[in-house]
Design a protein around this ligand. Structure first.
Ligand code: KMH
Ligand code: ZN
Length: 281
């Protein structure tokens, strides 16, 4: 029987990101083959959705439209996961390239609701870019996941929906990205504060960067939220012990969800939860 979001947990895996280098983190999947193998292992471990960043031959963020399309098609052929492409890309990716990500026709895309200091850099997300991505999602039927790094981003999400209407199918799903140097800290208090500031009816996941991954996950489960985990956000499994691979982070999240009596949603349930039409294969 299909499990609803009330009694299950959507687990999203963010396996690669744009910032870490393969040299520093050999377990990062940076080729299409590695991405597919990771996606399969993570589905097996309990993931329902994958948040994808591609890399080029130099290990840099890659927003090449052809390669993104190829990855979406391959992921949908080889797995049942909801496929979400990042429109955040890397810090230096252009706004035009970030919007063009949608040409690859993913099920979902990340859509960050404001600018944030990002370590020594600035992750720029001006209002014009936010509204353009939102309107493109509406036109193309792509389900956005609103990424919130700070409390003001929740206010911007309200403004966005008030001024430009609901996303496709009326599904408002946010992801709280906590613990980035420059954004909100990865604490239970921050999880609850942002969750309480969301628009009525919104669902949400949370991820805690670095050592905040566990407190954020536990707080999110306790508060009825969903989980995002992966090497994009966390490279240390426990003190002094690097993450072996993405699947072990998903397996740990699934075990926590099970313990909370909200087991991992299957990919099929994840599609229904996000109101994404089922995979084409
Ligand atoms: N790489 C970060 C600058 C997203 O995927 O939408 C942005 C990021 C957010 O990872
Ligand atoms: Zn990302």
């Amino acid at each position: 029987m299909a499990r609803s979001a009330n009694d299950g947990t959507l687990i999203t895996v963010a396996p690669t990101g744009a910032e870490l280098s393969k040299a520093d983190v050999p377990a990062l999947p940076t080729t299409l083959e590695e991405l597919i193998a990771t996606a399969k292992a993570c589905q097996q471990a309990g993931a329902g959705m994958i948040h994808v960043h591609l890399r080029d031959a130099e290990d840099k963020s890659c927003l090449d439209p052809g390669k993104l399309r190829e990855a979406v098609v391959a992921l949908k052929e080889e797995t049942d996961l909801v496929v979400q492409l990042s429109t955040g890309g890397g810090i230096s990716d252009s706004f035009a390239a970030r919007v063009a990500v949608l040409d690859a026709a993913p099920d979902s895309c990340s859509l960050t609701c404001g600018t944030v200091n990002f370590g020594d850099e600035v992750f720029a997300n001006p209002w014009g870019l936010i509204t353009l991505l939102h309107k493109e999602c509406q036109d193309r039927g792509i389900v956005p996941e609103y990424e919130l790094f700070d409390l003001g981003h929740a206010a911007t999400l309200h403004r966005l929906l008030d001024q430009h209407g609901a996303p496709p199918n009326g599904r408002i799903h946010a992801d709280l990205v906590l613990g980035v140097p420059g954004g909100l800290p990865g604490t239970a208090e921050a999880v609850i504060t942002v969750a309480n500031a969301l628009p009525a009816g919104a669902t949400w996941s949370a991820t805690g960067v670095g050592r905040t991954t566990l407190p954020v996950a536990l707080a999110a489960l306790a508060a009825g939220g969903h989980l995002r985990v992966g090497l994009e956000d966390t490279v240390t499994f426990a003190k002094g012990r690097p993450v072996k691979d993405n699947a072990e982070l998903v397996a740990r999240a699934a075990a926590l969800a099970e313990l909370a009596q909200r087991p991992a949603l299957t990919p099929e349930d994840a599609h229904a939860f996000l109101k994404v039409s089922s995979s084409s294969h």
